[in-house]
Write a protein that binds this ligand. Structure first.
Ligand code: HPA
Length: 272
């Protein structure tokens, strides 16, 4: 089955459950799944029930698709994403975004847990993503291009919609939530970085480093969707002062920041 047929099948399945129009797609990163609890009148769909969907394997990722109402908008949230380091191909990693677009969703909010490389950041900070650098070593658009979905050589000059960056910053200000902004670099993982790698990534211009998000953002841009990206800084990824890190610590810090995250995302959704 080609990609278009696969997308269509998944879309038909979702449409058989929810046929109203959906305003915003949300991808919930590590430890940030509690936003899903705020969604009202919800319909929860297990990934394994959606034709074409891969199954999530990482601890802290639930693997559900939730459709419902949030702050006066109809949203579709993915609780748990597919990571390249799990062994999924790029087509699988980005399939949920293809599905969102097929459902006529024009706006997407992507979130992640990330290491802070900017020394002015603190663990627990939220960072509005202004741009990214793809160092995963792969790209979801390699291979056959479907013109129905987007251009062979898509523009990335406004990959993180400036209007939404400003909106999120304004909402954070109104709510008295401190936010950072900066450039997200993605590497494949799954290991965390060595000090020398972090020194390089910082030199390249990154403020935060993680293992996700960029494939989804590339595909969203390919299809002309507007993107807002938010990183939760879970640890300091500083070359000269690097402490041992494990996934549990990342989840723990993301959990501490989740109230801020949920509050900010809800307010931003209200104003989109
Ligand atoms: N590096 C890479 N990915 C991450 C990190 C990190 O320090 N923290 C959370 N995700």
């Amino acid at each position: 089955m080609n990609l278009l047929d696969k997308i269509n099948k998944a879309k038909e399945y979702i449409r058989s459950i929810e046929d109203s129009s959906i305003d915003i797609g949300i991808i919930l990163g590590t430890g940030l799944g509690s936003l899903a609890e705020e969604i009202e009148n919800k319909k929860t769909i297990k990934y394994e029930d959606v034709p074409g969907f891969p199954i999530s394997t990482v601890v802290g990722h639930a693997g559900e698709l939730i459709i419902g109402d949030l702050m006066g908008k109809k949203v579709l949230a993915l609780n748990g994403r597919f990571h390249y380091y799990e062994g999924y191909c790029m087509e699988d990693v980005t399939f949920p975004v293809r599905l969102m677009n097929a459902l006529d969703i024009k706006n997407i909010i992507v979130s992640n847990a990330a290491g802070g490389m900017n020394p002015n950041f603190e663990p627990g900070d939220l960072m509005i993503i202004t741009d990214h650098i793809n160092l995963i070593g792969d790209n979801p658009l390699i291979g056959r291009n479907y013109e129905e979905l987007g251009a062979r050589f898509p523009d990335m000059s406004n990959a993180y919609c400036k209007e939404y960056v400003n909106l999120a910053k304004k909402c954070a200000g109104d709510l008295n939530i401190k936010v950072q902004q900066g450039i997200y670099i993605a590497i494949s993982g799954p290991n965390y970085e060595t000090p020398s790698e972090l020194r390089m990534l910082r030199l390249l211009g990154g403020d935060a480093v993680g293992m996700s998000t960029i494939p989804e953002v590339i595909v969203a841009n390919h299809m002309g969707m507007k993107v807002l990206g938010i990183s939760c800084i879970t640890d300091m990824a500083l070359a000269d002062n690097l402490e041992p890190l494990d996934h549990l610590k990342v989840v723990e810090t993301a959990n501490k920041a989740k109230i801020k995250f949920v509050t900010l995302v809800k307010e931003t959704i209200k104003k989109i």
